[in-house]
Design a protein around this ligand. Structure first.
Ligand SMILES: Cc1cc2nc3c(=O)[nH]c(=O)nc-3n(C[C@H](O)[C@H](O)[C@H](O)COP(=O)(O)OP(=O)(O)OC[C@H]3O[C@@H](n4cnc5c(N)ncnc54)[C@H](O)[C@@H]3O)c2cc1C
Length: 264
């Protein structure tokens, strides 16, 4: 039996109060992951705090040299946003390639990042663009946010409120999708920013990671040719019914080169 208190606060402050000190409370965003988890009885929250009515968590705006996206912004809104398409087209393209129309119209950027599925797309953009995750308590740099499979730096009573993406000089994303779910078997996000080149890989390992050898090679020469001889060791990569670790290692190279070419 389900047995939780359902709450639908109107502000981040009220949502923060609703989960404060409650170890078993859960936030509900698009419900694309949480609802199936509840249905399978894999989660048994004491409180379900629905973020759907909190206007301050929604929307996309330009803030100086950054694009700030509210946590409850749906993937479809990011994909169709003129602000995102003109400033970071690769981010709009990535959002448009998530799941199917139903998932894109329900799933949110905050829910995706909090969940940190090893095959999710947004973690690659967040790490590749060196974005900042803004919560009700602090600002977390991308390099400090993703901790492991389905694990992040978020505390139990911490709410993602927005994500700030610096506008890159160049950015590209390429993914080899699972043909059923569209989750990344391997996805690579490449960005060239004032701070240097970053290459973030999703789907291949237990958690999104940076390919540092590729970053160094691209910093010297930003071209697909510069990384064509670089091999990723299959060592700790994922191996499952969809792809062996050797195949994923191969795909990282192919997707990285395509992501560089997509930068234009
Ligand atoms: C069929 C299918 C296909 C999919 N394909 C893809 C794909 O191709 N690529 C991809 O990247 N993703 C894919 N997804 C995932 C989907 O896009 C969602 O992003 C994901 O399910 C979670 O987002 P949500 O908004 O639905 O969060 P929910 O399911 O509501 O919540 C997920 C978790 O995040 C927590 N949470 C939610 N919001 C916040 C917040 N603001 N602060 C802190 N914690 C929070 C919740 O408590 C919960 O633990 C797919 C999902 C489905 C069902």
């Amino acid at each position: 039996m389900y047995n939780f208190d359902y709450q639908r606060p109107q502000s981040v402050a009220d949502a923060s109060k609703a989960i404060a000190g409650k170890d078993e409370a859960k936030l509900l965003a698009g419900g694309m992951t949480l609802i199936p988890t509840l249905k399978q009885r894999l989660a048994k929250p004491s409180d379900l705090v629905d973020l759907g009515r909190i206007a301050e968590l929604k929307g996309i705006k330009r803030d100086g040299n950054a694009i700030v996206i509210g946590a409850m912004t749906r993937h479809a809104e990011v994909a169709s946003s003129d602000v995102v398409k003109s400033a970071i087209p690769a981010l709009a393209q990535l959002a448009g390639g998530i799941g199917d129309p139903q998932v894109r119209n329900r799933g949110t950027i905050g829910g995706s990042l909090a969940n940190n599925d090893p095959a999710a797309d947004y973690p690659a953009a967040v790490l590749g663009l060196n974005a900042t995750i803004i919560t009700n308590k602090r600002r977390i740099a991308a390099d400090d946010f993703f901790k492991g499979m389905f694990e992040t730096a978020l505390g139990q009573d911490e709410i993602i409120t927005a994500v700030s993406f610096p506008v890159a000089e160049k950015a590209g994303y390429s993914k080899f999708p699972n043909p059923a779910s569209r989750y990344a078997i391997v996805g690579v996000f490449v960005a060239k920013t004032a701070g240097g080149v970053r290459v973030a890989v999703t789907g291949a390992g237990p958690c999104v990671f940076r390919a540092e050898a590729m970053e160094k090679a691209l910093a010297k020469s930003f071209s697909a040719d510069a990384i064509k001889d670089l091999k990723i060791a299959p060592g700790e990569l994922n191996s499952d019914i969809h792809a062996s670790r050797e195949y994923r290692a191969h795909l990282v190279g192919v997707m990285a080169r395509r992501a560089v070419q997509a930068c234009g």
